[in-house]
Each structure stands twice: as structure tokens, then as C-alpha cells.
Design a protein around this ligand. Structure first.
Ligand SMILES: [Zn+2]
Length: 117
């Protein structure tokens, strides 16, 4: 090592790691949609918002895109999310899906029958 190198001050690498906050729009991002939520859901608003939660794995992680991307590519997460599309939420179970004219006529006839009885 030369004298010049010894006298040069060692540059300190300053890790400027800003604390990130969970973003609601990630829930609509195709990479995270369906499994991500805020770890504060249901908690008070002033709580720490720097964590995201994976609904499939039921774990919390730092709310950063890199962390979320790494998690979404992990083997554990992939195996857990395979089962997600077959599950439907309780609100989806009660959605009216049959809105054909024939079905509407049947409902109208049943209501009419109810009025006459
Ligand atoms: Zn996961």
C-alpha cells in the first residue's frame, strides 16, 4: 500500500435508507395484487405504516418494492399463492351473478306470486 492511499481519507458509505410507507396502490399492482395488504389494516391510523403483510403467507415485511418483489418470487410464497385464486372472498359468495333476462323474469314472477298469495 502506498503513502498516497494511506493518507486518503476513507470514504464512509452513508446508507441513506429512508423509511418507506405502505402504499395503497400496491394492492392494484399486478405483481402484488391479491395477496398484499397493510399490516395496519384494522388498527389505528397513527400506527407504524412501514410494514406490508402477505395474506397468503400471513407474514409482515418491510413496505419496500424490492422486499415485496423478492417475497413474491420466493418459493414459499409461490406455493401459497397457488391456492389463492380458488378461494373467493365472502362478499364474492353473495354477489348476484345470474342477471340474465330469464332469471329476472323468474324473480319478477316470484314477487308477483307473493303479492297474490
Ligand atoms: Zn407471501
Amino acid at each position: 500500500m502506498s503513502d498516497l492511499e494511506q493518507k486518503r481519507p476513507i470514504k464512509k458509505v452513508q446508507l441513506c435508507h429512508r423509511k418507506r410507507n405502505y402504499r395503497k396502490e400496491w394492492e392494484q399492482d399486478v405483481r402484488f395484487k391479491g395477496w398484499i395488504t397493510s399490516s395496519n389494516k384494522g388498527k389505528n391510523i397513527t400506527a407504524d405504516n412501514s410494514k406490508a403483510k402477505c395474506l397468503a403467507c400471513n407474514i409482515e415485511m418491510t413496505a419496500e418494492v424490492t422486499v415485496l418483489k423478492n417475497h413474491s418470487n420466493s418459493a414459499k410464497h409461490m406455493s401459497k399463492t397457488k391456492s389463492l385464486p380458488t378461494q373467493c372472498s365472502i362478499t364474492d359468495m353473495f354477489k348476484k351473478t345470474d342477471t340474465t333476462l330469464e332469471h329476472q323474469i323468474t324473480i319478477a314472477e316470484m314477487k308477483l306470486t307473493g303479492c297474490l298469495a
